[in-house]
Structure formats: C-alpha cells, structure tokens
Ligand binder design. Structure first.
Ligand SMILES: [Zn+2]
Length: 259
C-alpha cells in the first residue's frame, strides 16, 4: 500500500517551529563536531531541515512535492527507499520517518541510509510507541488504522539489529511525557466500545480529527464520543501504564570509520 495521497494532503503549511523548537535544539546539540554534510531523509516541510541548513550543507529529501515547497535548503523529490543521489554524506538524518513505512519500503530505506551515510546515522522516532493506541476505524470500508499512520514502533535495541555495521554512540529519550497503553487493555477497549470512543479528546483535540483511510483513501472526520466502558478502561490503564518521553534519539557511527 502506497500512502502517497495521505502525505500529499497532509497539512504541510503548518510549519510549527515553536512547538518543535526544543526538539530542534536537541538535534543540533547532538550532531557530532566533524559533520559538514547532512542528507535529511523524509524531511517533510523542512521544519528541522531549514534549521540544519543554517549551519551545515544539507540536502532535504521527501516524496511530497507540496511539503518540499517549504524547504529552503537544496532538496530532492524522491521516495526514501530509492534516492537518486550518489553520496556519501557525513551524516544521514531522519526524523519521524521510519514509523510510517510499510515493510517493503522500510527495509529498502534502511539500505539507503547505509549507502548514503559516510560516517553517522542520526534517527529520531516515537519512543517504543504502541501504534494501536491511536486506532480509528474508516467509516467507509471498516479498516482499522493508526490515525497518524504509524505502522511500527522502536526501542533502542531494534537499531542494533537493523544496523549491525554501526555502533550506537548516543541514545536517549526526549520530549513531552506521554502515557503508554497496555496492549491487553487496548484490545479490550476496542472490543467493548465503538470506534468513536477509542481516542479520548485529550489525546487528539476535537479540531484535529481529520483522517484519510490508507486502504480506500476515504477522507473523513473522526469525532469523539464519550463511552463509559472506554472511559473505564482508560482509567484502568492509568493505573498500570507509565508515562515516558515521546521521542527516542539514536546516533550511530559506522564501525569501519574507526579503522
Ligand atoms: Zn477505508
């Protein structure tokens, strides 16, 4: 499944630098001192890319032409699993990309990261997220999917497996603390309450509940309706699930670069 329409229709105009300022600062602080050139893969509207461009030679890559209109560094319209550029760059940077990729694209993207990285790979992803937590149901075809289209979740050990040729030189969690959802409770909630009760209003504001079904491409508004059983499960979850910082940052260095 190709989610092209979803990313073309995404609200890229909302270049929310203020909300992301602490994250951008954290990214800048953690770029190794010997980095000069960066390829930012899945750069979106350049909210981070444009900042990187003030200090580094940056190439922003994204598949969405509309998103790239906001990128002011050199840029390239391409899918992250086949990037028509030779490289290498001192550092491959990728923020909030990998969790969106279906399997076939994901593994080819990992290969592209390795091909294009001269020395470092710097990735940020949601921290061990449970993507089912933000499930909604398409009112047209009944398909259940994660509203922000997150398909996979990562912990730091996953990067050891994905990048055996690299050493993790820094990893940490960062950002606003968000509550996790116990998978069994989530399953229970989905069984005993209607889809409109699955995502409480305080997780996604009422004004921000538009979605596009990745299966049938039906655009719809997903309202929130109170349901006592869903509420009861949410309360139970507060008792068993901790809050953790939203992002995971992982900085890796190519092993042969030490030699
Ligand atoms: Zn659908």
């Amino acid at each position: 499944m190709d989610n092209k329409i979803i990313y073309e229709q995404h609200n890229w105009e909302q270049l929310d630098t203020s909300r992301l300022a602490p994250k951008i600062q954290k990214v800048l602080e953690n770029i190794p001192a010997d980095v000069r050139s960066i390829i930012d893969i899945g750069c979106g509207n350049g909210v981070i890319t444009n900042e990187l461009g003030k200090k580094y030679q940056v190439l922003g890559v994204d598949r969405s032409r509309r998103a790239l209109e906001f990128v002011i560094t050199p840029k390239l319209e391409a899918s992250c699993d086949a990037i028509p550029v030779e490289g290498p760059f001192d550092m491959v940077f990728s923020s909030e990309l990998l969790e969106h990729l279906p399997d076939q694209v994901f593994y080819d993207t990992i290969k592209e990261f390795k091909r294009l990285a001269g020395k470092y790979i710097f990735i940020t992803v949601p921290n061990g997220e449970n993507p089912d937590k933000l499930s909604i149901r398409c009112p047209s075809c009944g398909y259940i999917f994660n509203r922000p289209n997150h398909l996979r979740s990562f912990r730091v050990q996953d990067f050891n497996k994905l990048f055996p040729e690299y050493t993790i030189i820094r990893s940490f969690t960062f950002g606003k603390k968000v509550r996790y959802y116990h998978p069994l409770l989530l399953n229970l909630k989905r069984k005993i309450s209607p889809a409109t009760a699955w995502i409480p209003y305080y997780w996604i504001p009422r004004t921000d509940r538009h979605a596009i079904c990745p299966r049938c491409e039906h655009p719809f508004f997903c309202p929130w309706r109170f349901h006592p059983l869903a509420f009861a499960v949410d309360v139970a979850n507060v008792l068993v699930s901790p809050k953790k910082p939203y992002w995971l940052f992982v900085l890796m260095e190519k092993k042969e670069a030490h030699v």
